[in-house]
Design a protein around this ligand. Structure first.
Ligand SMILES: [Fe+2]
Length: 381
């Protein structure tokens, strides 16, 4: 038996942020990062809270990758302030931090407080998922936390908040959306509901990701990518992810490559690996089942070729084209600041971490350690 539900109420479209003007909560803790706190974005939130007569305090100690020590500070703040609602504004790290802070605080008090997630990037889909990734910088490791109790109560998708996102962040986060949708689509846990959501997210990425990267004033493209991010989040919340994210967590934990960028760099390699298209000895009938799914992905992106295998090769080429257009390095050596010896010395431990990562469990092909090592080796050049 399977089940599917969307517990988070989603407000979207023009003026979605006005939901805050009639918020039914009296005391809100806003969890955000220092950039949002100093920018006009925070004011867009607080002016509406004044309208709703909701008092608030701001916790703005969030930093990238949600390190454990900052989560504990946030829990302390939440226990002291005792709000009836948490509002989180920011990218994946802010939303993941808020989900973890609320989770640990409510475990301590036994009281479940509402959580309203307002993303300021179009990437993680964290506003509708029960996942949060926190990091332990001392051990160079990222931990995915998974619990339905971490699902936000409400998500507000207002593209006005992504207006000032720099182009490189649009590129990285947009490729993260695409990776979420593709991994959910080929996951062994995929189902008709997650597939429908993933397909729409992939289709939107194919049409609007490059547009939103090339022209920050393209409001239509930005709005579409904001919705695609949420659709992909809903898809992987149901179907989970795969090896791409498993390796990206290990790679990002060790070398601090932005999450979406690490995913983008790995995507061509993981598609080739999962579909087995580099094994020339196989007859076409022997290719794994996910080949069909990757062909569908290619078609949704407007990529087609003579047969299944050439279509997947064209799909890999499309990924590399997108990365080149959006100035994303296609190899570790292209990043320029990662020492080759240090990278190769870290491969063994990154492979172990990738195999132990919860996301890897739903990959369509069960990876062995030598196979993951080989992907990481190929990623260098
Ligand atoms: Fe991701």
């Amino acid at each position: 038996m399977k089940s599917f539900d969307i517990r988070t109420k989603i407000y979207f479209g023009e003026g979605a942020l006005d939901r805050l003007s009639d918020l039914p909560y009296k005391k809100a803790l806003i969890i955000t990062d220092p950039f949002v706190a100093k920018s006009g974005l925070l004011q867009m939130i607080t002016m509406r809270l004044h309208d709703a007569y909701t008092e608030f305090e701001v916790f703005s100690d969030v930093v990238p990758d949600a390190p454990i020590e900052k989560i504990s500070l946030g829990v302390k703040k939440m226990l002291e302030y005792d709000p009836d609602c948490v509002i989180t504004v920011g990218g994946g790290s802010a939303i993941d931090s808020a989900k973890s802070i609320r989770e640990f605080a409510s475990r301590s008090t036994g009281r479940h407080v509402a959580l309203i997630a307002i993303p300021t990037t179009s990437g993680t889909g964290s506003e509708v998922t029960s996942f949060a990734v926190v990091s332990d910088p001392e051990k160079d490791i990222k931990y995915p936390l998974v619990s339905d109790s971490m699902l936000p109560t409400e998500a507000i998708l207002d593209a006005a908040l992504v207006k000032s996102v720099p182009a490189n962040v649009t590129a990285d986060t947009g490729m993260d959306v695409l990776t979420h949708a593709i991994e959910a689509y080929v996951s062994i846990n995929n189902n008709e509901f997650s597939a429908a959501l993933a397909e729409k997210a992939i289709e939107i990425c194919g049409t609007f990701l490059l547009r939103s990267y090339l022209d920050n004033n393209d409001e239509h493209a930005r709005r579409k990518m904001h919705v695609a991010s949420c659709l992909a989040g809903l898809a992987f919340n149901s179907a989970s992810l795969g090896l791409n994210h498993g390796i990206a967590h290990a790679l990002g934990g060790k070398f601090h490559i932005p999450h979406g960028r690490a995913n983008a760099m790995l995507l061509p390699h993981v598609i080739e690996y999962n579909s087995g298209i580099n094994k020339h000895s196989k007859s076409q009938k022997e290719y794994p089942k996910c080949v069909e799914k990757y062909v569908n992905v290619a078609k949704l992106l407007g990529v087609n070729n003579f047969n299944e295998i050439t279509t997947i090769r064209a799909l890999v080429g499309w990924m590399q084209f997108m990365m080149k257009e959006m100035n994303i390095p296609i190899s570790i050596s292209q990043i320029g600041n990662i020492d080759k010896t240090e990278y190769f010395n870290a491969i063994d431990s990154m492979a172990d971490k990738a195999l132990a990562d919860a996301c890897t469990a739903t990959n369509p092909r069960v990876p062995t350690k030598p196979e993951v090592v080989q992907i990481l080796e190929h990623l260098y050049e």
